[in-house]
Design a protein around this ligand. Structure first.
Ligand code: 5GP
Length: 117
């Protein structure tokens, strides 16, 4: 389990966020520093620290997170043109918040895979 993070506080409504979806397993809210016209984070409510911490018991929640990421993209109107889902893991992955989340990014061409920074 992860240490408490800013996303734990959002899940418990101790911090505000622009929440676009919630169910018993996941929550989705807009990124505070969007990198594209649509930038939503889909976050398991269970505080899994990183992708490296995903266990067999987490298959249902991770499947839900991916399905809801696609649903968010449809609701945002970016499915037709396409979008990118990203899970950053630890330092080299550029992870800042150690509560696993799926970035849903779209609304403009995102280029090839990786930027230079
Ligand atoms: P990571 O780098 O861990 O994959 O992504 C963390 C993301 O969380 C970043 O894109 C960052 O802008 C976003 N973020 C950090 N703090 C907050 C916050 O308090 N509220 C929201 N909505 N997003 C946050």
């Amino acid at each position: 389990m992860a240490e408490d993070t800013i996303f734990g506080k959002i899940i418990r409504r101790e911090l505000p966020a622009d929440i676009v979806y919630e169910d018993e397993l996941v929550i989705a809210f807009r990124d505070i520093n969007p990198q594209a016209p649509t930038h939503v984070l889909v976050c398991p409510k269970k505080p899994i620290a990183t992708a490296d911490h995903i266990g067999e018991e987490d298959e249902a929640v991770m499947g839900r997170a991916l399905r809801i990421a696609a649903q968010v993209a449809r609701n945002e109107g970016i499915s037709g043109e396409g979008y990118r889902l990203i899970i950053n893991c630890r330092e080299h992955g550029g992870q800042e918040v150690y509560h696993l989340h799926v970035h849903v990014l779209g609304g403009r061409p995102l280029g090839r895979m990786l930027g230079s920074s």
